[in-house]
Design a protein around this ligand. Structure first.
Ligand code: XUL
Length: 573
């Protein structure tokens, strides 16, 4: 372990107890016993620049959380007048956040930590994450400003003039449909683009936002010397120079060739001139980018050797925080349901996103979003179980696996995966029916949701193998009967995991791993002391047979449902 440099926190004992208030250099007795043998243990910081707040956690070498703090954008920086951290523009499609709000949030967060007595000199490495897809446009000359930051002033004062675009487009933006169509055309179609970049064209993906800037505000584009993601922008502040975009967050731009792990020339050419220079070369997510700049050493007391490990996107950081293994999948059962997969061999598809894996260079991860999650479960609970989760669970207990062949699709609002809408019920002969008993309806809903999660996960290259674990989190993960259906449909044990702060924690773990990744130490080796997820359900012995059959019928019926739904998103073509 690295030796701690002597600093104000190194314990010092005066044998005569006379120099309590005197500076060490003036101590008359000069009898110090430096407790050099027992330096304070090093710490690792994880930051998360999310949509609504900036958060930090500090962990020690045993992975215990020793400090956490946050800055809420709306309430603590009210002069930016954001709601949920963003501005929704009059066209309702354009959604941005003030880049200086993020800068000022970092000033505020570090000041808070300082006031709380946080000892920055113990931080051996830091890393972080940002909401995915958001773009930061640095103005010509900003590199010089970053390199010469004055520790006497805050970052906000010095970076006032640092950005060519004040309002950064964020992931909620959907104003770049035309640019999506153009990119897909240039790449040879939506599927071809997905094969290269891991996703078909999405409005929120940064490349399409860059293209829109060039077409609609070319003066601002011309005034730009560097383009960062929110994650690499945040790392740049700590480095005092432009930070590389990491492979994992870079996969959310429709610009990175996820297999070659480099910018795709076709996509660059279709997006903007000279773009590789503006983006800089991408790097592995485990890369140590350098040490914190002298600004942080002098203003906050960071050690000069504190390493900055590449920042990444919030979803990749969360995968690290959950400590997903190869073959695992995580299901977050919230307002919308999100599925994270660890993939060895991805098969990018028209739905979902494949990103380079943030913790293992050769692997991938996938992200699938399902809009109709808890709100639909609650609607059916209210209609079929008089609003009671207990009655809802009883219905699941009383109905057989496979629901006697009944299959349902419940898209109360336009679904993302797949893009379909409405409620569709089919009996065991694939005939459409208009209603069921409350119990059958409840089981059809839960089975239908999990069959859909499995179908779309498998389409992206996921396969259930011995040892596969399903990690469940979010509100509905408290319901044992819902988890039993999940376990049966996937024919895999289900574990629950507390995901609060998984993004920040994942960043702190990544900071620690970044220090040893180059010597071949795996991420899982580094985080093995973290608490294990809890096993809650194992699959029923007949589950595999029932659901393997059912999945085939489910896929065919989903096609029928899709044919009936008008495609609303032109960029699927
Ligand atoms: C993922 C996405 C969101 C943001 C939220 O593709 O758009 O999850 O990362 O922060």
């Amino acid at each position: 372990m690295r030796k701690q440099p002597m600093n104000s926190n190194t314990a010092c004992v005066c044998l005569f107890n006379v120099c309590r208030s005197a500076p060490r250099a003036q101590c008359a007795s000069r009898l110090f016993l430096l407790m050099a043998a027992a330096p304070l243990s090093p710490l690792y910081l994880g930051l998360d620049f999310s949509t609504q707040q900036l958060k930090v956690v500090a962990i020690d070498g045993d992975l215990s959380v020793v400090h956490q703090d946050a800055v809420q954008f709306d309430s603590e920086l009210p002069h930016y007048r954001t709601r949920g951290g963003v501005h929704i523009h009059a066209d309702k499609l354009t959604v941005t956040s003030p880049v200086l709000m993020w800068v000022q949030a970092l000033d505020l967060l570090l000041d808070k930590m300082k006031r709380a007595g946080f000892d920055f000199s113990r931080v051996e490495a830091l890393s972080g994450s940002g909401q995915q897809h958001g773009g930061v446009f640095w103005k010509k000359g900003a590199a010089q400003t970053l390199a010469r930051l004055d520790p006497g002033q805050n970052l906000y004062q010095q970076l006032q003039d640092g950005f060519s675009v004040q309002d950064s487009p964020v992931w909620m933006d959907s104003s770049s449909s035309q640019q999506c169509r153009d990119l897909q055309k240039a790449a040879g179609g939506a599927l071809r683009l997905a094969e290269i970049t891991g996703s078909r064209a999405y409005e929120r993906f940064t490349g399409n936002q860059i293209s829109k800037l060039l077409q609609t505000r070319s003066d601002q584009f011309q005034d730009t010397e560097r383009i960062s993601l929110v994650s690499s922008f945040a790392a740049s502040l700590f480095l005092g120079g432009y930070a590389a975009i990491d492979y994992s967050d870079g996969s959310g731009m429709n610009l990175l060739d996820i297999r070659a792990r480099n910018w795709s020339q076709i996509c660059l050419d279709a997006t903007a001139p000279d773009l590789d220079r503006l983006l800089g070369a991408p790097l592995p997510s485990t890369a140590v980018l350098g040490s914190v700049s002298s600004y942080f050493v002098h203003r906050f007391g960071f050690s000069e050797s504190c390493r900055v490990v590449a920042f990444t996107g919030d979803n990749p950081a969360s995968l690290a925080g959950m400590r997903l293994h190869q073959g695992d999948m995580a299901v977050s059962l919230g307002t919308s349901d999100t599925v994270f997969l660890w993939l060895q061999e991805p098969r990018p598809a028209l739905e979902g996103h494949v990103f380079c894996n943030p913790v293992e260079l050769q692997a991938y991860m996938a992200l699938l979003c399902f809009k109709n999650g808890s709100l639909t479960r609650e609607r059916v609970r209210n209609q079929c179980a008089a609003g009671s989760w207990e009655a809802f669970s009883d219905a699941l207990k009383e109905t057989p696996l496979g629901n006697n062949g009944n299959i349902g699709f419940y898209f109360d609002t336009m679904e993302i995966t797949p893009p379909a809408v409405g409620v569709h019920r089919f009996d065991s002969n694939d005939r459409e029916v208009s209603q069921w008993s409350p119990e059958v309806e409840i089981r059809a809903l839960v089975e239908g949701q999990f069959l859909s999660r499995r179908l779309h996960a498998e389409r992206l290259g996921y396969s259930i193998v011995p040892g596969t674990r399903v990690l469940a989190t979010g509100g509905a993960s408290a319901n044992q009967q819902i988890l039993q259906v999940l376990s049966d449909v996937f024919n895999a044990p289900v574990y629950t995991i507390d995901l609060s702060d998984s993004t920040c924690l994942g960043s702190a773990y990544r900071a620690l791993h970044g220090l040893v990744a180059d010597s071949g130490v795996s991420f899982l080796e580094v985080v093995k002391k973290a608490p294990e997820p809890q096993l809650v359900c194992t699959p029923h012995p007949t589950a595999q047979q029932v659901y393997n059959q059912m999945l085939k019928r489910f896929a065919q019926l989903e096609e029928r449902v899709l044919q009936r739904t008008e495609p609303t998103n032109e960029s699927r073509s």
